[in-house]
Design a protein around this ligand. Structure first.
Ligand SMILES: Cc1ncc(COP(=O)(O)O)c(C=O)c1O
Length: 435
């Protein structure tokens, strides 16, 4: 049981955290009354009361309701493929793009994109290792070879300076990934790519509605792809979209997986197609048409929710968040609220902090994302036109050493935010002993 004075301490700390700004009026956190109060509480690890007790359903996703049920019911009652053309039309209008094609998933959209590149076998594409396999392995099918590029460990995004060092005479394209909704600096990447004669592609599978310089991610490169898999910012349970600047890319990508929709110089392939079938399920399209009008408001509400928590947590020494400083960047959040722990500044190592935070009821872990360049497939020459170079990627390693992921709360959670702050403060107040 929490005693009375510890309850009072919590109230004092909460009001401090609510009223104090990001810079905490220049005070070092340890000298604040909040820190002193936190020190008097017993850690859950040592038998004290858990700080986090609410929050069931706070990360619920997807958020489907009446509209989605109605759309799906209508289609089941009267089955048709009409939602596909409807979704593509909605997408073009919403994102202001000329050409887009719905596919069965993001992997299908990526595969079609690599096909549409029509590059000679042995061409190389620069891509982060810190990504989902589908950004890379479909390259194989067309004799393309990845050049693994490091990420910046605080943005988890494509490190342009590292890419510059890895350029070879075979490099033909770059493929940045906007990781969990944080836009890559596409203006800088595009400038460099233009200088070097490289094609710019985008994996926007996490970035539906994110912008840089008021321009949507996915519309910077010659081609871009989106995923609508269940966890994604725009969920269709499964599905994908390819976005194309050039009509010929659109025609080619379409002919690859849509045997009856071939257009332009590929029209003659209607009936045979060129390879495979990657059509989206119309039920996914129906769900997505209901979700798309809600996307921007949801992204903004999610970003506000994250600020409410992070602006308070980042007052603690040694805690950082996944971001960079550009006022012309508009991010969204997806899946995780990714924090990092600088062990030296925090005065506690990640493993110990995670153990103590978990005991307080915080959902976190010693998170490590699987790095693609370490997967066996890239070391085996038989799968590739030529064997990819397996580099040292210190930024990607660092990302896995200092990540401290929190859940992304998909609804307003004032009470839960208080509890999370309370948990972190308790642990930070006792970190000298824990370490
Ligand atoms: C960065 C990235 N690219 C591509 C994909 C592939 O999308 P899908 O799962 O729809 O095939 C994913 C899916 O998780 C992803 O995270």
């Amino acid at each position: 049981m929490q005693n009375r004075s510890s309850k009072q301490n919590n109230t004092t700390r909460r009001s401090f955290l609510k009223t104090s700004g990001v810079a905490a009026a220049g005070l070092s956190w340890m000298s604040t009354s909040a820190a002193k109060a936190a020190k008097t509480e017993t850690l859950a690890l040592n038998g004290g009361k858990k700080a986090v007790t609410s929050g069931r359903g706070a990360s619920k996703w997807p958020l489907y309701g009446k509209d989605e049920i109605e759309a799906v019911t209508k289609l089941v009652t009267s089955p048709s493929y009409a939602p596909l053309a409807g979704l593509e039309s909605d997408w073009r209008k919403h994102f202001g793009v000329d050409y887009c094609k719905s596919h069965c998933n993001g992997t299908g959209a990526l595969t079609s994109m690599f096909f549409a590149l029509n590059l000679p076998p042995g061409s190389e594409i620069m891509v982060p290792s810190y990504t989902f396999f589908a950004t890379i392995t479909p390259m194989r099918l067309f004799g393309l070879v990845p050049v693994f590029v490091d990420i910046n460990p605080q943005t988890l995004n494509f490190d342009l300076e590292d890419a510059k060092k890895r350029l070879t005479k075979n490099t033909k394209a770059v493929l940045p990934v906007h990781w969990i909704g944080l836009p890559c600096e596409m203006d800088k990447i595009c400038d460099w790519a233009e200088e070097k004669g490289l094609i710019v592609l985008e994996d926007s599978c996490h970035a539906h509605g994110a912008k840089l310089k008021d321009r949507y991610m996915g519309s910077w490169g010659r081609m871009g792809v989106f995923s609508f898999q269940q966890s994604k910012p725009l969920p269709g349970i499964e599905g994908g979209m390819g976005v194309y600047k050039e009509k010929d890319d659109y025609d080619c990508a379409t002919a690859f997986g849509h045997y009856s929709k071939c257009e332009g110089k590929y029209k003659k392939y209607n009936g045979s197609g060129l390879a495979t079938k990657l059509r989206m399920h119309p039920l996914a399209a129906a769900l997505l048409r209901s979700q798309l009008p809600k996307l921007e408001a949801r992204n903004e509400a999610g970003a506000r929710q994250v600020r409410k928590l992070n602006d308070r947590l980042l007052q603690l020494p040694g805690l950082l968040e996944q971001t960079y400083n550009r006022p012309d960047m508009k991010r969204l959040h997806y899946s995780w609220n990714m924090l990092f722990i600088d062990e030296k500044k925090a005065g506690i190592n990640r493993e110990t902090a995670v153990k103590a935070l978990q005991a307080e009821g915080v959902s976190t872990s010693n998170f490590s994302y699987r790095l693609q360049h370490k997967c066996p497939i890239y070391s085996e020459a038989r799968w590739w036109h030529h064997k990819p170079v397996i580099p040292e990627l210190p930024g990607s390693e660092k990302a896995n050493q200092w990540a401290l992921p929190l859940p992304y709360f998909t609804s307003d959670q004032p009470e839960l935010c208080d509890e999370y702050v309370n948990a972190f403060e308790k642990v930070w107040a006792h970190r000298d002993k824990l370490s």
